[in-house]
Design a protein around this ligand. Structure first.
Ligand SMILES: NC(=O)N[C@@H](O)C(=O)O
Ligand code: NI
Length: 196
C-alpha cells in the first residue's frame, strides 16, 4: 500500500515496542521477567514465572477454553479498519510460530480512537487482553503462524465488533524515524526467514 503525501500524520499509528508498562491500560504481557514473581519447581529443573495474568472468564457461567488460531500474515503498513472487544472475558494470545506480531488496542468503555496504540510483539511475548479491552483481531507477520488462545467459552454475547469510520481509521506502520530497533527486529526476522 503506497503512502501518499496526503496521508497526514494523525491517521498514522506508529508501532512501539511491547512492554508491560505501556500495555498496562489494556492488559498483561506474558513473558519471562525478573520483575515478576518466580521460583524454582520440579526439583530445581524449572523456574515458574507465576500468575503472569488472570483468566477472567467466569462471568455469566463462562468457563476457560484453549484454542489455536492459525493466522495468515499481513504486511506493513496495515490499515486498521475494525476493532472488537469481549465484554464477558479476557483473551490471551501466545505466539507458537516464532515470528513477531502486531497488537493494536484501545482503552475499554466507549471506543475512543485517541487511545489507539500499536505494539510490535516479539515471538517470546504473549498478551492477555483484559475483559472489554478494544483490540484488532490477531495479526501476524512474515508467514502463517499459530497462536495459542485462552479465552471464554459458554453462552452470552462476548464479541462486540465495530467498523471504524474513515476518520478513525489508522495506518499501522513502523516509525521511520525510529532508532531502527523495531525495523531491525523485523528485517532480521525476515532475513532469518529467508535463510531457512
Ligand atoms: N473472534 C475471535 O475469536 N478472535 C478474535 O477475538 C481475536 O481477537 O482474534
Ligand atoms: Ni478478540
Amino acid at each position: 500500500m503506497h503512502i501518499t503525501e496526503r496521508q497526514n500524520t494523525h491517521s498514522m499509528l506508529k508501532l512501539q515496542p511491547l512492554t508491560s508498562e505501556a500495555f498496562a491500560p489494556y492488559g498483561d504481557v506474558l513473558e519471562v521477567s525478573d520483575h515478576r514473581q518466580h521460583f524454582p519447581i520440579n526439583r530445581g529443573n524449572t523456574e515458574r514465572y507465576h500468575a503472569l495474568a488472570r483468566v477472567d472468564v467466569t462471568g455469566q457461567e463462562g468457563y476457560p477454553i484453549i484454542s489455536i488460531f492459525r493466522t495468515q500474515p499481513v504486511v506493513l503498513p496495515f490499515r486498521i479498519e475494525c476493532m472488537e472487544r469481549h465484554p464477558l472475558g479476557s483473551q490471551s494470545f501466545t505466539m507458537l510460530g516464532g515470528e513477531p506480531y502486531l497488537v493494536v488496542v484501545a482503552e475499554p468503555g466507549e471506543f475512543r480512537p485517541q487511545t489507539l496504540r500499536g505494539f510490535l510483539a516479539q515471538p517470546h511475548q504473549g498478551v492477555n487482553y483484559h475483559r472489554g479491552t478494544w483490540h484488532h483481531y490477531c495479526l501476524c507477520l512474515n508467514r502463517a503462524c499459530d497462536f495459542l488462545v485462552v479465552d471464554r467459552g459458554g453462552c452470552g454475547h462476548n464479541c462486540d465488533e465495530i467498523l471504524l469510520p474513515a476518520e478513525q481509521q489508522r495506518l499501522l506502520m513502523l516509525d521511520a524515524t525510529d532508532s531502527n530497533d523495531l525495523a531491525t527486529d523485523l528485517a532480521q526476522t525476515s532475513c532469518t526467514e529467508l535463510e531457512d
